[in-house]
Design a protein around this ligand. Structure first.
Ligand SMILES: Cc1cc2nc3c(=O)[nH]c(=O)nc-3n(C[C@H](O)[C@H](O)[C@H](O)COP(=O)(O)OP(=O)(O)OC[C@H]3O[C@@H](n4cnc5c(N)ncnc54)[C@H](O)[C@@H]3O)c2cc1C
Length: 263
């Protein structure tokens, strides 16, 4: 089985601030990690690789040159190879332009059986890129996969989806795309052999020369959506000040508790 896992490098902090002028994240100086849900997607891929002899797991990331570290980390955990999609032209991409660009990279890898994503990125948080890429590639997609195994016969997958109400069991033909939730499994540590191989691995960088994108569809220029404002909801205070004599305050307190159905 030829498996691709899309991994995004995200800030390893809840202290990331927003640039009020551009509504983008201030990433400078913040340590970066593989998006946690992408680690779960990678673990799903590695389990399928273990189950189906001859399988390969290619990780693909779009980002600045330092995103290479995320790919190397994925290789150290057992991925077969990786590609970094990088170039100034891709900067400022929204989910549409990100999906278009990553889909070009996946197509360049040749026919694939399965494309895996995390359920969402912990910085952008839109959960749009996986289904968007599936659309670009013409693949069926299941979201929120929490368990994945090869169906008898080997041409389909049995997938359990986590929903708000419970679980759904699905069967989906290959080739297909899945977005994966945390419950799918914690990413393995990686063997000494894969760690050594990751250190030495050559990671190709694909830019506009390799992907030959339509220049109107990439980066900020090719992004039909903009974040126009980022704000936190106003904090609603439930505090009530009780004034007057103690008996009056007690009466008022009982009234408030009754109105809120607390007594
Ligand atoms: C505060 C904020 C709000 C934003 N809101 C929007 C918005 O509403 N609409 C919009 O179009 N853009 C938005 N963006 C931009 C968004 O961060 C980028 O488009 C980003 O590249 C992809 O979106 P995401 O992070 O939401 O990914 P998601 O769609 O949440 O990611 C899902 C999965 O797709 C894969 N993936 C995503 N990005 C990459 C990548 N670069 N390389 C490899 N795999 C990847 C991973 O497997 C990931 O788990 C926002 C950015 C910020 C900072």
């Amino acid at each position: 089985m030829k498996i691709v896992v899309c991994i995004k490098q995200v800030p390893d902090s809840d202290k990331v601030t927003i640039d009020r002028a551009t509504n983008r994240l201030n990433r400078a100086g913040v340590p970066a990690i593989i998006n946690p849900f992408d680690e779960n997607a990678l673990e799903v891929a590695l389990r399928l690789k273990d189950a189906v002899p001859g399988s390969t797991v290619t990780v693909v990331s779009m980002g600045p040159p330092q995103a290479e570290a995320a790919i190397r980390e994925a290789l150290s955990r057992g991925a077969t190879d990786g590609v970094l999609v990088s170039g100034r032209e891709f900067g400022g991409a929204d989910t549409w332009a990100t999906g278009y660009t990553l889909a070009l990279a996946i197509r360049r890898l040749g026919p694939v059986d399965l494309v895996l994503f995390g359920k969402q990125a912990t910085d952008g948080d839109t959960a749009q890129v996986g289904p968007g890429i599936a659309h670009h590639l013409g693949l069926p997609v299941l979201t929120y996969a929490q368990s994945v195994e090869v169906a008898p016969g080997g041409n389909a997958l049995k997938v359990v989806r986590a929903t708000e109400e419970g679980y759904e069991e699905w069967e989906i033909d290959l080739p297909c795309a899945l977005t994966v939730v945390k419950e799918a499994g914690e990413l393995r540590i990686g063997s000494l052999k894969s760690k050594m191989a990751a250190k030495k691995a050559q990671i190709p960088v694909w830019g506009v020369a390799e992907l030959e994108p339509n220049p109107d569809f990439i980066g900020l220029k090719g992004s039909p959506t903009r974040v126009t404002k980022v704000f936190a909801p106003p904090v609603k205070s439930n505090r009530v000040r009780l004034d007057g004599a103690p008996a009056e305050q007690a009466e008022k307190l009982v009234e408030i508790l009754q109105n809120r159905h607390l007594v």
